[in-house]
Design a protein around this ligand. Structure first.
Ligand code: ABT
Ligand code: MG
Length: 152
């Protein structure tokens, strides 16, 4: 597959929405040169969040995690571009904001692991799975940016 067509799932969490950081997050992905192919705001159902965070089911922080992500609307997005999964994790920063570098989203805007502003898929497989949970195929838009000669 064309590496430039790689996709990842990015979500501004309820704290990011409350703090009016949606534009800031989008700006960082746009500035990098990634292409926005899906976007919506929603208040996620408990079932959707259980699917999304199934890997953490049973861990001590799981109930708090569900309560936090379910506490308000989130902004769900799909971004496309070369190595977007790995590069997004770098733009987002380390899970614990105490370890995330300045210049990353979490490094610049978060203090608490339980209020870390944004989610990014941790692998290509996770990205495919998560995009399927959050979006129908019709909601992910194919569009041709003819000007991408300036990016690639
Ligand atoms: P997400 O983008 O939310 O998946 O975070 P990330 O992949 O960076 O980190 P993981 B390990 O997937 O954590 C998921 C959420 O669980 C919270 N968490 C995690 C805790 O509260 N305590 C912990 O000890 C760990 C390991 C942080 C993550 N999201 N939030 N908010
Ligand atoms: Mg994760």
């Amino acid at each position: 597959m064309d590496i430039r067509r790689q996709r990842t799932f990015i979500m501004v969490k309820p704290d990011g929405v409350q703090r009016r950081l949606v534009g800031e997050v989008i700006k960082r992905f746009e500035d990098k040169g990634f292409k926005l192919v899906a976007l919506k705001q929603l208040h996620a159902s408990e079932q959707l969040l259980r699917n999304h965070y199934a890997e953490h089911d049973g861990k001590p922080f799981f109930p708090k995690l569900l309560a936090y992500i379910g506490s308000g609307p989130v902004v769900a997005m799909v971004w496309e571009g070369a190595n977007v999964v790995d590069v997004s994790r770098k733009l987002v920063g380390a899970t614990r904001p105490s370890e995330s570098a300045p210049g990353t989203i979490r490094g610049d805007f978060a203090i608490e692991v339980g209020r870390n502003v944004v989610h990014g898929s941790d692998s290509i497989e996770s990205a495919q799975r998560e995009i399927g949970f959050w979006f129908t195929p019709e909601e992910v838009i194919e569009w041709n940016d003819h000007s991408n000669v300036w990016i690639y």
